[in-house]
Design a protein around this ligand. Structure first.
Ligand code: NAD
Length: 272
């Protein structure tokens, strides 16, 4: 059975690079109309994602969206309503990482990571609902929300406590709203996804910071990457495409009985 998203409108946050970009391209390849969103248009990276999709016959557009800004969410949802009449799939992918001993974190760092990784997801769900409810009522298969948590939302890791805290919050926020929407008969499924280490710019940044801290005996970013890879039972990092494949399944009607679940895509990192 093939994943068919041809009748769906999907919004992906943080889609200019990394996992979000792969998700946007994969959903579009499966037929979805994709709203590619990210912080700003300056880098041209989101525009490149859109160009790649439209260049291969897909349907995509870029809208600026800082997920921590409620006015942005309101403006984006207004545009989506005008252009598409509703929303079927929301992928809350945007996120930031913080690698630091807890005793050194500043109040502003605590607030920033919570604003993006927690408030950004809550705002996304809140503002997507008015667009999703009528679509979900009209379609027996309903709508789907996918929230990015992490392996670090399941297990603790040294020097990543703030990040783990935010990702753990997303895991239980997801389960609670899945139950809430079921109780309210919204026909909107909500699942979290938990990547292990995936080869993206975020992990580059993480490797640099961990190497500076001398974590795991590594002193350079390259040594750190090898050390991180060796933590995984497969001996490698995941690829953005491997995550995008899982998101496409959760977005599609093939996953119609998945709700409130935590989909772990980590090569077995959290299995032991
Ligand atoms: P990345 O840093 O490579 O890309 C993140 C994207 O989010 C960027 O395009 C960035 O501009 C955007 N972004 C950041 N702040 C934003 C904001 N306030 N509003 C809108 N967009 C914003 O990250 P990635 O590795 O692709 O990670 C994607 C998601 O997967 C994140 O939620 C991350 O926490 C999660 N995750 C990643 C890994 C990994 O190993 N890469 C592992 C577990 C979970």
């Amino acid at each position: 059975m093939e994943i068919d998203l041809s009748k769906k409108v999907a919004l992906v946050t943080g889609a200019a690079q990394g996992i979000g970009a792969a998700v946007a391209k994969t959903l579009a390849a499966a037929g979805a109309r994709v709203i590619v969103t990210d912080l700003d248009a300056q880098t041209g990276m989101a525009a490149a994602v859109v160009a790649e999709i439209t260049g291969s016959g897909g349907n995509a557009e870029f809208i600026v969206l800082d997920v921590s800004n409620e006015q942005h969410w309101q403006a984006v949802m207004q545009q989506v309503t005008q252009r598409h009449g509703g929303l079927d799939v929301l992928v809350n992918n945007a996120g930031v990482v913080l690698v630091k001993p807890v005793e050194d974190v500043t109040l502003e760092e605590i607030r920033r990571i919570c604003r993006v990784n927690i408030e950004g997801v809550v705002l996304g769900v809140k503002h997507a609902l008015p667009l999703m409810k009528p679509r979900a009522a009209a379609n027996p298969a309903g709508c789907s929300i996918i929230n990015f948590s992490s392996a670090m939302g399941i297990k603790g890791y040294p020097f990543g406590s703030l990040y783990s805290m935010t990702k753990g919050a997303i895991r239980l926020f997801t389960k609670s709203i899945a139950l809430e929407f079921a109780a309210l008969k919204y026909n909107i499924r909500v699942n979290s996804i938990h990547p292990g280490l995936v080869d993206t710019p975020m992990v580059e940044h993480e490797s640099d910071k961990l190497a500076q801290l001398g974590a795991m005996g590594a002193t350079t970013p390259a040594e750190m990457r090898l050390a991180l890879q060796s933590l995984n039972p497969t001996g490698r990092m995941g690829t953005p495409q491997e995550l995008a494949n899982a998101v496409a399944f959760l977005a599609s009607d093939l996953s119609s009985f998945m709700n409130g679940s935590e989909m772990i895509v980590d090569g077995g990192e959290t299995a032991g």
